[in-house]
Design a protein around this ligand. Structure first.
Ligand SMILES: Cc1cc2nc3c(=O)[nH]c(=O)nc-3n(C[C@H](O)[C@H](O)[C@H](O)COP(=O)(O)OP(=O)(O)OC[C@H]3O[C@@H](n4cnc5c(N)ncnc54)[C@H](O)[C@@H]3O)c2cc1C
Length: 380
């Protein structure tokens, strides 16, 4: 039995749920499918959820700016936007980054998203950091937020539940491309027949498209008790450490010890070295008075590309497979922007035109030559 939809989205993490909700809100018939519960089974279930703009890579800043632009109205204002808590973020970088950060402020700061530099003393006056560190440049984004990623994913999936089809606990084993405009997916005893398919399966993407240049990387996530109150999320790019206040006495932090594998299930489990690493990072950020004590280390992970940029776009001009993966630990803040890019290109595809990645060609999977492997993975 065939069930027809315009588009199937495989994976209901924050990326797939955002794309599916955006396509639904534009009037397309969409099926969103996950082998677990929306937003709970993959990287989105662990995410720190920081939404801030600055990145050393201007392409990633442009993508985040596109995301921020989606939050003012429409489906993201009602879902994703309601899962955000505005906290501001301080980003400390080495002095040789001053020119890049000045350039970012000139290019991206706006009245509704200010960005400015703080002196070392101002950082201390805000109750963040252990001393006036004059060896850093301090970028402050007062409108940066912390998101509840599960809440956002669930609210977006709920839009699809109401306007399209949401299938949870349903695993897609393979993608059967019949033609440029027909894709079939086996779903239970039925076959879902669509005109395009979006693959948003995060760190498991190579199970469906094996030859993609993506890998899984662990992002151990520690929750650490502290005796000092960290008032604003703080990121130190030099030591690659961060502290996000969860309560007045607990911060979330990362560990430097990472592992890489093909799939998340193959990543090494965290051990005592991770506890000690997280403890010393929080102490480095907040000072010895913080007396940090690690509560737990969660086994977070994400899908990584080779150059730190996600893969967003059709696998080739004549492929019905749209890829949205390789978020490299930043997928929460990219999600509304990725969904907007997906909408524009999927609409072109459905209209029979060749989809154009245009100003987003730097994220096109075609840039890394995935055309042949993507087609090799599906059966004509
Ligand atoms: C500890 C941690 C901190 C982070 N902090 C931040 C941050 O501060 N800011 C930020 O922007 N980002 C952050 N990230 C990154 C962000 O969370 C991820 O980039 C994002 O969640 C990836 O979403 P996704 O939808 O691509 O993947 P996932 O959330 O992994 O979703 C993929 C989904 O696909 C489903 N799936 C897989 N295969 C199949 C199949 N065959 N059939 C059906 N379903 C399938 C899975 O069940 C899963 O639900 C962090 C991540 C971690 C782990």
């Amino acid at each position: 039995m065939y069930i027809d939809y315009d588009v199937a989205v495989i994976g209901a993490g924050i990326i797939g749920a955002s794309i599916a909700a955006r396509l639904c809100s534009a009037g397309l018939a969409v099926a969103l499918i996950d082998r677990g519960a929306a937003g709970a089974s993959g990287a989105s279930g662990y995410s720190g959820g920081l939404l801030r703009l600055y990145d050393a890579d201007p392409a990633l800043m442009a993508l985040t700016a596109l995301s921020l632009g989606q939050l003012a109205e429409g489906v993201f204002a009602e879902t994703y936007g309601k899962a955000l808590r505005r906290t501001g973020v301080i980003y400390r970088a080495a002095m040789d980054q001053a020119e890049a950060i000045d350039g970012a402020i000139r290019s991206f700061a706006r009245p509704d998203y200010p960005m400015r530099l703080l002196s070392a003393q101002e950082v201390v006056d805000m109750g963040v950091g252990n001393s006036a560190d004059s060896q850093r440049i301090n970028l402050y984004e007062p409108h940066a937020s912390i998101g509840n990623v599960r809440q956002a994913s669930s609210a977006l999936a709920n839009v699809v539940r109401q306007q399209g089809l949401l299938l949870e606990h349903c695993e897609i084993q393979s993608i059967d491309c019949v033609s440029r405009h027909e894709v079939r997916l086996a779903v239970g005893q039925a076959t879902l027949r669509c005109r395009a398919v979006v693959v948003a399966t995060g760190a498991w993407t190579r199970q469906l498209l094996p030859d993609l240049p993506l890998h899984s990387r662990s992002i151990p996530l520690a929750r650490v008790g502290t005796a000092v109150h960290c008032t604003v999320p703080l990121i130190d790019a030099v030591s690659q450490s961060y502290a996000i206040p969860l309560t007045s006495a607990i911060v979330q932090s990362g560990c430097g010890l990472r592992d890489e594998a093909r799939y998340p299930e193959q990543l090494a489990a965290s051990d005592r070295r991770h506890d000690e690493d997280a403890r010393s990072r929080v102490q480095g950020l907040l000072g010895a008075a913080a007396q940090p004590a690690v509560l737990d280390v969660l086994p977070g992970f994400d899908s990584y590309s080779l150059n730190g940029r996600p893969l967003i776009g059709f696998c080739s001009e004549d492929s019905p497979v749209f890829l949205a993966s390789g978020m490299c630990g930043l997928g929460f803040k990219f999600a509304p922007g990725v969904a907007q890019i997906a909408l524009e290109q999927v609409q072109q595809h459905l209209a029979g035109a060749w989809p154009r990645s245009g100003s987003w060609s730097m994220f096109s999977p075609q840039r890394v030559g995935v055309t042949a492997p993507a087609f090799a993975a599906v059966q004509p």
